[in-house]
Design a protein around this ligand. Structure first.
Ligand code: AMP
Length: 145
């Protein structure tokens, strides 16, 4: 499963969209879902996915779903910057395993970068559930305020 292939509706993000697997939701509307990465590369690492597009990558997603996803990426980047005060933010998206893709439902990464802190390994160590829940609460409070 890489750059070319069939969409697998059992992938973990499809399960999350259907409510069959849990996530630390930050934002959800009819078209877009955003949640914390559970193997974060930095504090606040967030993923944004389209809910209605069975697209594995940027080659497959329709323009409308892509646009709606990117609007949420921009909004959440602002929330992460306001709440966590990083010195930089990476917004990234990988297509195909050789490019670093591990989950084959298109998603955008928002990765806050902090002074002097290297990135953790991509899809590496799992964060503590309590830490993720606390971060989720903090970011939800920021969005509510
Ligand atoms: P990519 O390698 O670009 O396909 O990114 C997939 C991302 O999904 C990685 O950063 C993983 O840490 C993350 N990930 C995998 N499973 C889950 C999950 N159940 N909940 C949240 N994030 C996940």
């Amino acid at each position: 499963m890489s750059l070319h292939g069939q969409y697998d509706d059992q992938n973990i993000f499809a399960q999350i969209i259907r409510g069959e697997a849990p996530c630390y939701t930050l934002y959800e509307d009819e078209h877009v879902l955003a949640f914390l990465d559970v193997f974060p590369q930095s504090y606040g690492h967030t993923l944004v996915i389209p809910k209605r597009s069975a697209a594995r990558n940027i080659l497959e997603i329709d323009a409308d779903s892509l646009s709606k996803m990117m609007v949420v990426v921009q909004k959440l980047t602002a929330v992460l910057v306001a709440e966590l005060a990083p010195v930089g933010v990476q917004v990234a998206q990988f297509n195909g395993a050789p490019a670093g893709q591990t989950v084959f439902h298109i998603h955008m990464h928002i990765v806050p970068r902090f002074e002097g802190e290297a990135l953790a390994v991509h899809a590496g160590g799992k964060a503590e559930p309590q830490a993720l829940a606390a971060l989720q609460a903090r970011l939800l409070q920021r969005m509510a305020g």
